[in-house]
Design a protein around this ligand. Structure first.
Ligand SMILES: Nc1ncnc2c1ncn2[C@@H]1O[C@H](COP(=O)(O)OP(=O)(O)OP(=O)(O)O)[C@@H](O)[C@H]1O
Ligand SMILES: [Mg+2]
Length: 165
């Protein structure tokens, strides 16, 4: 038999970006598709480009957005069609994630979460995962993947974009 197995996971979508601006460009392209309740789980090492990706989304939502890394504030909110909540879980202990109130923020807007590996499973389930890999000083591999729901819908929408493999 040919064709995908019924429960086969959706194939990931890959981009290779040769500059921080090109990473922002991928995010800008995703931005118009995002709606309240969506979760972006941004994963990968320090300096990989997670914050730059969020800058791309925030600037597409509002060209004047001034994006700072929320490493110390933990959550920054940016305006747009719907609010964008930029979260950094790097320094957050698992027991301290719940008090951040991410569920309520997720109802009101889009969650873009650095170190998304630390998200509780119910928020990760329908996330669009963006995994970053550092290839060289200016070069990053971005791998988009998803398991279910809105994450899968967003993943399918990215398939076929220029530069996507
Ligand atoms: N192709 C690229 N995509 C993204 N950033 C790049 C790229 N090439 C170089 N850079 C540089 O890498 C750095 C990425 O920093 P950024 O703050 O976005 O990383 P991060 O993943 O958020 O790290 P952290 O985990 O510390 O928050 C920036 O200085 C950026 O200019
Ligand atoms: Mg960052």
């Amino acid at each position: 038999m040919t064709g995908p197995r019924p429960n086969a996971p959706a194939a990931a979508v890959h981009f290779e970006t040769g500059s921080a601006d090109l990473t922002e460009r991928v995010a800008e392209r995703l931005a118009p598709l995002l709606q309240a309740g969506d979760v972006l789980s941004l994963e990968g090492p320090l300096g990989a480009g997670k914050t730059r990706f969020v800058m791309g989304v925030a600037r597409a939502f509002d060209p004047h957005a001034h994006v700072r890394s929320p490493t110390f504030t933990l959550v920054n909110e940016y305006p747009g069609r719907c609010p964008l909540f930029h979260v950094d879980l790097y320094r957050v202990e698992p027991s301290a994630v719940e008090p951040l109130g991410l569920d309520e923020l997720n109802e009101r807007g889009v969650l873009a979460v650095e170190w998304g590996e630390k998200l509780p499973t119910h928020l990760a389930r329908e996330a669009l995962r963006v995994s970053f890999e550092i290839l060289a000083a200016e070069s990053r591999a971005l791998t988009l993947s998803a398991e279910a729901g809105r994450g899968l819908a967003l993943l399918e929408a990215c398939r076929g974009w220029k530069g996507a493999r």
